[in-house]
Write a protein that binds this ligand. Structure first.
Ligand SMILES: Cc1cc2nc3c(=O)[nH]c(=O)nc-3n(C[C@H](O)[C@H](O)[C@H](O)COP(=O)(O)OP(=O)(O)OC[C@H]3O[C@@H](n4cnc5c(N)ncnc54)[C@H](O)[C@@H]3O)c2cc1C
Length: 481
């Protein structure tokens, strides 16, 4: 019997697992997908927001500002990437400047540090490509950018180091209450006993809640956001996260520099029926381009290398819903975690454990907060590169030419602490296929390396989920007499 089962390995479930692993308790994390952190945590803007936007007095406001601060600690403990960009919210003319002043008051009331205004001279000195109709900017220096799924992976890795268990391909399909414990049933037919359950299942959180709870107080309204990705060759075109003024539909279409040098443009905001429909559309691209006229007339769209979409777990409850079930004590819902959920996640984990669960177990004396990041070949010094190539020739074989990823980087990602044997899993871990050609050159080699390292036939290697092979049948065969 576990003390805690966490349903969902997104950024929220992963950081909750890490927070709980500080205590003397047993923990299991289930995720239904073939890889961890595959939904909202993989497809978002990657911004660690300052906290200027959520309504005063809400959990979103408090946990966003706290979460932003906690990322500085995560950077040291988990060696996650953080790019300290700062952000600009722009206004055009007197009416918008007035709205910007209201936003300043909100940011100030929420406790956002160092907020200040910039005049045109400073604005265009710092961001020469912004459109010249901008008259005033609210500068938010505490805004940063991260690599979201690496934060989730690092947190899970660290939780496992401190005793937690994790399991993918583990779809929770039923929950029952049996006297002093819960029974959690998976699609594969296994069932697991636990004293407490944490529902961190993102866009599925109302469905998971209703597996047991018959009076669920929130409902998820899935809202898709589409993006365009610019190649990292445009790295120096924009330096800050650029926001328009927020509206009731969210923070609008943004320009976001990324930790690896790419620039993200988006997201859109569209209510959809299918909760997991992360497809991109022509209308989405046109909308992004149209909205960006408001921010800049010098965006290098010709460097677009990819589009993607994520689905927000927006809920009918007008805030994060972080509560114990009224009818089933020990069943905790961490739901409706849409933006700024990535930012808030470290603070959500702490808030849940300390203020909602009010944990009374002792902290472990041997808890180790440190996760050491594996350095890829392209991050080493020239001397170290030579030593490694001499030791092991696969360090010297470049597979992904765009991102300079070696065969050994891929092998180590397959066998790493949270190893994976899919093409997308390797892309997420080693960035093979993330560059200009988007895997056109290296994907077949990645497939072959996975097949060799896992001892499986090529035709069974999946792109992402189970049963998503890339090679389905031979296209050229020798005909024999
Ligand atoms: C377009 C977009 C842009 C965003 N931009 C930002 C931003 O810039 N900054 C920011 O702070 N926030 C942003 N967010 C919000 C942020 O991404 C989310 O709040 C955060 O990722 C939520 O994490 P999560 O762990 O709750 O959910 P998820 O990452 O969705 O994880 C939920 C997990 O639960 C699993 N699961 C579901 N059902 C089951 C089941 N029955 N059994 C087992 N497992 C199950 C899923 O497979 C999934 O892995 C954005 C979101 C989107 C979609």
């Amino acid at each position: 019997m576990y003390d805690y089962i966490i349903i969902g390995s997104g950024i929220v479930g992963s950081l909750i697992a890490r927070e709980l692993s500080k205590y003397d308790v047993s923990i299991m994390v289930f995720d239904k997908e073939n890889d961890f952190a595959s939904h909202q945590t993989t497809a978002n803007s990657a911004i660690i927001h300052s906290g200027h936007d959520p309504k005063e007095g809400t959990l979103k406001a408090r946990l966003c500002v706290e979460g932003n601060r906690l990322y500085d600690q995560l950077e040291k403990e988990l060696e996650i990437p953080l790019l300290r960009t700062g952000a600009f919210v722009v206004a055009h003319g007197p009416k918008e400047e007035k709205m910007l002043e209201e936003l300043y008051d909100r940011a100030h009331n929420n406790g956002v540090p160092d907020v200040h205004f910039l005049d045109p001279e400073d604005i265009f000195k710092q961001e020469p490509r912004l459109i010249k109709t901008i008259t005033k900017v609210l500068s938010l220096p505490s805004t940063k950018v991260t690599y979201p799924w690496e934060v989730a992976f690092a947190s899970l890795e660290n939780a496992v180091k401190n005793g937690a268990s994790i399991r993918r391909n583990s779809h929770v399909v039923a929950i029952t209450k049996d006297r002093d414990h819960f029974l959690v049933e998976l699609k594969d037919g296994t069932s697991w006993q636990t004293k407490r359950i944490i529902n961190a299942s993102g866009v599925m959180s109302d469905i998971v809640a209703s597996l047991l709870d018959k009076d669920v107080q929130f409902q998820i309204i899935p809202r898709r956001g589409e993006y365009m990705v610019l190649d990292r060759r445009v790295k120096d075109t924009f330096h800050h996260v650029i926001y328009p003024l927020p509206t009731s539909r969210g923070k609008g279409v943004l320009i976001v520099p990324q930790v690896h040098g790419n620039i993200l443009l988006g997201p859109t905001s569209e209510v959809i029926d299918d909760r997991e429909d992360a497809s991109t559309t022509k209308e989405g691209i046109l909308y992004i381009k149209e909205q960006l006229h408001y921010l800049s007339d010098q965006i290098p769209f010709e460097w677009t290398i990819r589009g993607f979409a994520g689905v927000r777990a927006t809920s009918t409850y007008d805030d994060f819903y972080i509560q114990e079930s009224k009818y089933y004590p020990g069943f905790y819902h961490v739901a409706g975690i849409d933006s700024p959920g990535l930012t808030s996640a470290p603070a959500i984990a702490r808030y849940l454990v300390e203020e909602v669960i009010k944990i009374n177990q002792p902290k472990k004396i041997n808890y180790d907060p440190i996760r050491q990041k594996k350095l890829f070949f392209n991050q080493l010094s020239e001397d170290e590169k030579s030593i490694r190539v001499k030791d092991c020739p696969s360090h010297g074989r470049i597979v992904c030419k765009c991102e300079k990823i070696t065969e050994q980087d891929i092998i180590e990602s397959i066998h790493g602490p949270l190893g994976n044997d899919t093409v997308k899993g390797i892309k997420k871990r080693a960035r093979a296929g993330s560059g200009l050609c988007q895997g056109g050159y290296c994907e077949s080699m990645v497939l072959q390396i996975i097949a060799k390292e896992t001892n499986k036939p090529l035709s069974t290697i999946n792109y992402d989920g189970e049963h998503t092979p890339i090679l389905v049948k031979e296209t050229k065969t020798h005909e024999h007499d």
